[in-house]
Ligand binder design. Structure first.
Ligand SMILES: [Zn+2]
Length: 207
């Protein structure tokens, strides 16, 4: 496993490099109501949100890992727990904690965007959601097959294939991409995304 962090940023750039998508993001930027064409990713707050999204994912691993007595160390962009013997139950929770954290942050961000409130600018929340999309996409494309990655670990613990787990992560992210970038997105999209996230969190904690 090498250079997970740069790979995530490449995926983020790839996902948001399409001019069509980028302009859709612009339409949803509540801070710019004067119809001036503005693209969220040109705003520094977007990148602050993206970095926060990544840190929040890692924080999820650290908090849950430490709660099971693990001593987290940073190894080439991913959190590892050398010399920690987690039970299957603990291992499932620790390896999925990053995704759970980003699901939580994405819902908080959507809520802030919808109500036009929150401590940060809308570009910040868009950046946080964008990182959630990038991480989920990167897992499906490549990270799932890296031996130190979350899905690799969760697959070994659960005996569910890496492919299946990557789709389980990607599915709500795909709905979230539509929520973030689509126009006149129907309510069921949010409900379905939240429902899938809750079902998966439920599965993880009863594992
Ligand atoms: Zn992770």
């Amino acid at each position: 496993m090498k250079k997970i962090v740069p790979y995530l940023f490449y995926t983020l750039l790839f996902v948001f490099s399409s001019p069509v998508w980028a302009s859709e993001i612009g339409l949803h930027d509540a801070t710019h109501t004067n119809h001036q064409h503005h693209q969220a990713w040109q705003d520094i707050h977007f990148w602050e949100g993206a970095v926060s999204g990544l840190l929040f994912h890692e924080l999820g691993h650290v908090v849950i890992g430490m709660s099971y007595g693990g001593k987290p160390q940073l190894n080439q962009g991913s959190i590892v727990y050398p010399n920690s013997a987690f039970s299957r139950k603990a291992s499932m929770r620790v390896s999925s904690a990053g995704f759970q954290a980003q699901w939580l942050l994405s819902e908080l961000s959507f809520s802030a965007l919808k109500k036009h409130d929150g401590m940060f600018s809308s570009a910040y929340y868009q950046g946080a959601i964008a990182m959630h999309l990038a991480i989920s996409t990167a897992y499906l494309l490549r990270l799932k097959d890296m031996p130190t990655s979350d899905i690799y670990a969760a697959s070994k613990t659960s005996n569910i294939s890496r492919e299946q787990l990557a789709w389980a992560v990607f599915l709500p992210a795909a709905l979230d991409a539509y929520r973030l970038m689509g126009q006149d997105v129907p309510d069921w999209v949010s409900h379905l995304s939240v429902g899938i996230k809750l079902a998966e969190v439920g599965y993880i904690w009863q594992f």
